[in-house]
Ligand binder design. Structure first.
Ligand code: ADP
Length: 548
């Protein structure tokens, strides 16, 4: 049983980190470190607040905390933000020059935290430094970030992480903390065993990211046609609905997709391992600082992306496996706001993944095969995708019961609730607590019908959202549907619209006639209207309108 934090605990939290409360799991972990000096293995969903778990003990306990982290860019970001908070920290990596001043400062007690790369720890200089530290200074904690890198079962395996096991013997009296955002039960066991954690407290926050909407589609024949669905037109430019990452399976494809987007006026860039470090840094920075809207990248664009407001992660081609996929979509919506994860694939995509297996054997090969199969299953399933994803991490039982799953779940759940039988269950929320999309479908279909199929989806959506845009004529303001959907954002309505199109409730046509104010439009106007199915659906809903 963990007692409540004391006034002193909370004061330190407020003064240095500006938070008024610990999140429940954070406090449990921090208490076990600072008061019980225990080892911990922490699996925490992205965005929950892992860094506080080692930064807080560092500040509270006054000794030195060692943080091992795989990426220089991650360390730089953290050191910088700690400095802003008046917490002294430094970093040492193998490639770094002028180490001696930093080392002197470490021994004179200047820093609360020192960040080290695993390669540095394994090297001769690193080993000497660590031995010295043990003798001369009080160490509060050794934290190992991205701890899944120790495991060969994972997709981010690094041999230098494996060598960190030696540290446990060296720092025999210091609590260890291993942290990761992704770990199946096997990897979890592997982390505890290879780091020699001493009867560790294992904490897992669960893996659900309720603000991520999941959807999958077959790749079409035209790149732009697929990807432009995630854009909105502003004047005569196309823009993504927010910062967007598009993952492609090959370097060549990143260039191609980027070229197609640029040709259509989208401000974007591509990123892959063939580019020089300088160029990669620039693309990364341009993205973080919102100078470009979208990065088209291979998975090389990864761990260090500390951008909380990524609104959309698109995979253009099947992801490598289910764990890689979870990690990649984890970069969306770290600020907790609604974000989209959309995957386009073709069955041929998997031949590459299988090809890479050809020189593996035994248990390890079987494991990789299983990971690929699970990815295939995720893409092909007609059941809830979130449930399938979570069952991989939480075991088949799944601790996140369906009723706890977020309302805005995945394309399959959306589809299921558009099914007429389900709609007659009635109520905003259906019996098992998932979101019933029928009322929203009714609003959007009604709005499209009102405009008589003369426009695309944007005008009906603006109308529903009560927009004063001049494309929504003033005489429509008195219609009962005007503003009826303003409690939901444009991306939401566009997603409902796409779904209704895909499921054949709406259909598209093209016209070359330009509408008022749209003279500069170089593209033919795509119009949207109700299909026969949509009309039948709407009239049946109106008959049962008391049900919804
Ligand atoms: P992770 O590494 O788990 O993705 P971070 O350590 O980057 O998460 O923290 C995610 C966000 O949550 C940060 O913006 C951080 O300031 C915020 N945060 C962390 N702990 C708390 C807390 N106790 N109260 C409020 N906000 C918090």
């Amino acid at each position: 049983d963990v007692p409540e934090p004391t006034a002193k605990h909370l004061e330190v939290l407020q003064t240095y980190f500006g938070h008024t409360q610990f999140r429940p799991m954070q406090w449990k972990i921090i208490y076990s470190i600072v008061e019980q000096k225990r080892d911990n293995c922490v699996i925490m969903a992205t965005g929950y607040g892992k860094s506080l778990c080692y930064q807080y003990p560092a500040v509270y306990s006054e000794g030195l905390t060692i943080v091992i982290s795989p990426l220089i860019s991650l360390m730089e970001d953290q050191v910088l933000s700690l400095e802003v908070a008046n917490i002294n920290a430094c970093m040492l990596g193998s490639a770094q020059t002028s180490k001696s001043e930093t080392i002197n400062n470490i021994f004179s007690g200047v820093y609360r935290l020192v960040y080290l790369t695993p390669e540095f720890c394994a090297g001769e200089g690193g080993q000497r430094l660590l031995q010295d530290m043990i003798k001369k200074i009080d160490i509060t904690l050794v934290a190992i970030d991205e701890a899944h890198c120790v495991s060969q079962w994972g997709h981010d395996f690094r041999s230098s992480y494996r060598k960190l096991g030696k540290l446990r013997k060296l720092f025999s009296k210091v609590p260890f903390l291993a942290l990761t955002a992704t770990a199946t039960p096997e990897i979890r066991r592997d982390i505890c065993a290879s780091l020699y954690l001493k009867s560790p407290t294992v904490t897992c926050t669960g893996f659900d990211r309720p603000n991520l909407y999941l959807a999958v589609e077959f790749k079409g024949t035209d790149i732009f046609n697929d990807i432009s669905r995630h854009t909105v037109r502003v004047g005569n430019r196309l823009k993504f609905e927010g910062p967007t990452i598009i993952y492609c399976p090959t370097k060549k494809l990143t260039e191609k997709v980027c070229q197609v987007l640029k040709a259509n006026g989208i401000i974007c860039d591509y990123y892959n391992a063939a580019l020089s470090l300088k160029v990669r840094k620039k693309v990364h920075e341009d993205f973080v600082k919102d100078r470009i809207q979208c990065v088209v990248a291979t998975v090389a664009f990864g761990m260090g992306i500390d951008k909380p407001d990524v609104r959309c992660v698109i995979h253009y081609g099947a992801p490598k496996d289910i764990e890689a996929y979870y990690q990649e979509i984890g970069r969306a919506g770290r600020d907790g706001l609604q974000s989209h994860c959309h995957c386009y694939y073709s069955s041929a995509d998997f031949s590459v993944s299988w090809h890479f297996l050809s020189n593996l054997t035994g248990e390890f090969r079987a494991h990789r095969e299983d990971m690929i199969r699970r990815m295939e299953k995720y893409l092909e399933t007609r059941e809830c995708r979130r449930k399938l994803l979570l069952s991989h991490f939480e075991g088949e039982e799944g601790r996140t019961a369906k009723k706890e799953l977020s309302k805005i779940c995945c394309d399959n759940c959306t589809r299921m609730y558009l099914n007429k039988d389900r709609i007659e269950v009635g109520g905003m929320l259906s019996t098992d607590g998932t979101y019933n999309f029928a009322p929203d479908a009714k609003l959007l279909l009604g709005a499209v019908q009102y405009f008589g199929g003369k426009f695309g989806l944007m005008v009906p959506i603006m109308f529903l959202r009560g927009s004063k845009n001049k494309r929504v004529r003033e005489d429509s303001y008195s219609h009962h549907l005007y503003g009826a959907g303003k409690n939901k954002g444009e991306p939401w309505w566009k997603a409902i619209g796409r779904l209704l199109l895909r499921e054949g409730y709406l259909e598209e046509g093209a016209t070359n006639s330009f509408h008022g104010g749209f003279k500069h439009n170089k593209f033919p106007v795509v119009t949207t209207s109700l299909s026969k199915k949509g009309e039948e659906f709407l009239s049946s809903l109106l008959k049962h309108s008391d049900g919804i």
